[in-house]
Structures are given as C-alpha cells and as structure tokens.
Design a protein around this ligand. Structure first.
Ligand SMILES: Cc1ncc(COP(=O)(O)O)c(C=O)c1O
Length: 392
C-alpha cells in the first residue's frame, strides 16, 4: 500500500534536515523536530485525543462565545485571563482560587514557561523515562540540561531510587508524569511527596491524563498546600476533547505564577481561546461523560490484549502500552496498512494505542488479530527488555 498522505504538507516533525547554511544555535544542530505522524487514515489512535467531537449544543455554545468576543477583537485580550483562571480553579476544586491557576496555549506552553523561568543555561531538569518526550525537548529548546532517570521494570518509580537520582544530580526541576505517558500508570502520592521533600528546586507533576485515572488514583493537587515549589500541570486537550483549541493550565503557589509572568509573552492567550475554553468548561459534564466511556473502553482493551497473550502495562490514562514484539515497527506498519494508526512509543518492542470509540476499538482489534496470527510471524511476544539506567 502507498504511504497515506500527510494531513499537513508543512507539518513539522517529518524529520526534515535543517539547512546547513542557517546560523542555527549550535546546541540545536542535528536535533529532530517533535512529530507524531499526522496521517489521513480511517482510525487514528496515536495522539491520545478524545475521539468524541463536541455535541451540537456545545458547538453552538462555542460559536456563541466566539461571537461574543468577536466584536472586541480590535482590543488585546485580558492578558491575565482572570475569568478563565477562575473557571479552571472552580473545576479543579481543592480550595484553589484563580491566583493559584495559570493558563497558556496547551500544557506544552505551560511547561515551556516553567522551563524558561526555572531552567535555562547552566541549569538542569530530570525526568524518569520512558515518559512524555516533550519534557526533554522543551528543556533543550530552553537550553536547560536534561538528565534521564530510570524507571523500574514495571514502569513505576521506586521512591528510594528516585530520591537518590535527585540527590545525585541536584536538578533545578523534576518532572513527574502521572498518569505517565506512554506507560499509563499513576504515581502513588508517597512517591511525589518523597520527591518534593528531596528536590532542591521545582517539582512539576504533569497530570495531562488525570481525569482518566482508575478509581482511587490520587492527584498531586492535594499536596499543593504543603509544597510551595510543587506545580501540577493539566490540559483541556484530553478529557475535555479540546485539543484543537490549545488550552493547558497549572495549579501552584501564587508566587510561582508571579514568576511565570516574567517569561510569558504579553497577551499570549487569545480572546478566542479564552472564550472557547470557558464555553467548554461551562459544559464540562458532556466531555466528562465521554471520559467514563473511554475508561471502560481502555479497561476492555487491556483485558483483550492480555487475553491475546501480550504484555500490557496497567493504565490510568486513555491509552494502553502493549508488547513485546521482536519488531514493533513491523506491527505498527502492518496496522497502518489496515487503516489503523497507533504510536511507536515506549521501550523497544512496545506500541501505544489510544482508547477510541467502540467502532475504532473494533477496527483496532480486527486489524491486530490477523497481524498477530499470521501476517507478521515476528509478532510473537518476547521477554521484557532490560531497564535503562540514569544518564546525564
Ligand atoms: C503527558 C503529557 N503532557 C502534556 C501534553 C501536552 O498537551 P497539550 O499541549 O495539548 O496541553 C501531552 C500530550 O500528549 C502529554 O501526553
């Protein structure tokens, strides 16, 4: 089958070489741009989006909200986005007020602002990999050194080893991802607390997938009153089904947010974005109902994959990491040829698939079965790879 067309001819992340004649920063030379492939295939299960589009009612509310601000687009937006931050604080609960919440264009921008303010040349950040690949990329883009810490063989974090890595490297920022992407599991609060106690600088807990966690999984929001250097980042891209609007946010001590004002661009969050996000928050019950459906779909998927004899990581997110394949790329390609796009993510031999609609999950299962059974004899599960060790 021919390669499916890219959804964007100008899409970054296609692996293009940067022209040699450009006076690029030396530390960016040879680097590849981020990019999950954006391919036009029938079933896209590779970027952990919520597959349920807004309802006609929510579309109307968003259109009304945009109309409401359109007449004032000659003016700059509220650069402090106070109304949106107030709504986000109310959504988060935990006694938070707007001064403890900050918003930007996706949680990636929030993370960038954190690294601009607390990282930078001569400073370092640590993350425990495999984890969200943008943490090291944004660190590098802000000239922050990156330390790759290790996970256990079950992809969890051992508090003792994690604290030792922090003691060894004394990083200015620690990134914890809970639930972790791509492995799926949420961290116990005890691990986050141990890290907060040991870290000499900022501790960022990336909770992009918090709403999908299994019952009883904790949120680091509960720790904020005790740890003033703790930051919890969230996004409206996943549970809120609003990836296209680009809204991410964080909760932290107001002093942290004051520091971020030093690096944010003025008027960074457009009036349209603020209005759309507020409309979506006013209709939160609708996307959050899809979260329940996606959690159930995820749990079914975990059982089904295990039933096929595959290794499957426990998941608190809207995706599942499964393997282990001798040649995961061959499986990825065979699925793509059957119209299903998943993600090559995690340790070698593993693939990540997002939870989709029941029809999408049927398509995934229908595509994977023949791949496992016949088409790719190399698809036999093999032993688990050795874990990676911390390296600077
Ligand atoms: C762990 C994690 N954090 C942050 C993000 C970024 O989300 P956004 O910039 O859309 O808010 C993602 C996106 O996939 C993610 O997986």
């Amino acid at each position: 089958m021919s390669r499916p067309a890219s959804r964007s001819q100008r899409s970054a992340g296609e692996g293009g070489q940067i022209a040699q004649w450009l006076p690029l920063r030396p530390d960016l030379a040879g680097r590849a741009a981020y990019g999950a492939p954006q391919l036009d295939v029938p079933v896209r299960l590779n970027t952990n989006e919520n597959p349920y589009p807004p309802s006609p009612e929510l579309i109307r509310a968003i259109a009304d909200a945009v109309t409401g601000v359109a007449g004032a687009l000659n003016r700059y937006p509220d650069r402090d986005a106070v109304a949106l931050r107030t709504d986000l604080a109310a959504y988060l609960g935990h006694g938070l007020g707007w001064r403890q919440v900050w918003a930007a264009n996706g949680s990636n921008e929030v993370i960038q602002q954190l690294l601009q303010a607390f990282g930078g040349p001569g400073r370092t950040a640590i993350g425990f990999e495999p984890s969200y690949g943008m943490h090291p990329l944004i660190a590098r883009a802000t000239a922050t050194g990156w330390v790759s810490g290790a996970r256990e063989t079950d992809f969890g974090l051992d508090p003792g080893r994690t604290v030792r890595a922090i003691d060894d490297h004394r990083p200015d920022l620690v990134f914890l991802t809970s639930p972790n992407n791509p492995t799926g599991g949420a961290l116990p609060l005890a691990v986050i607390e141990a890290v907060c106690d040991a870290a000499p600088g900022m501790v960022v807990v990336d909770e992009a997938y918090a709403e999908f966690a299994r019952d009883g999984a904790p949120t680091a929001l509960a720790l904020l009153p005790r740890h003033p250097r703790l930051v919890v980042t969230r996004t409206m891209s996943k549970a809120f089904a609003l990836a296209g609007a680009r809204v991410g946010y964080l909760a932290a001590d107001p002093a942290v947010i004051e520091a971020l004002l030093l690096v944010r661009l003025p008027y960074h969050l457009s009036a349209l974005t603020q209005a759309v996000a507020r409309a979506a928050l006013a209709h939160a019950a609708e996307p959050l109902a899809t979260v329940q459906a996606l959690r159930a779909e995820r749990d079914r998927l975990v059982s089904w994959l295990r039933g096929r004899g595959l290794a499957v990581a426990d998941s608190d997110a809207n995706f599942v990491l499964f393997g282990e394949f001798g040649d995961a790329h061959a499986i990825w390609r065979a699925l793509l040829e059957r119209g299903v796009l998943v993600r090559e993510a995690g340790p070698p031999g593993w693939l990540r698939v997002s939870a989709g609609t029941p029809a999408e999950m049927d398509a995934f299962r229908g595509a994977l079965l023949p791949v496992l059974d016949a088409a790719c004899p190399q698809a036999r599960p093999v032993g688990r790879p050795a874990r990676t060790e911390a390296r600077p």
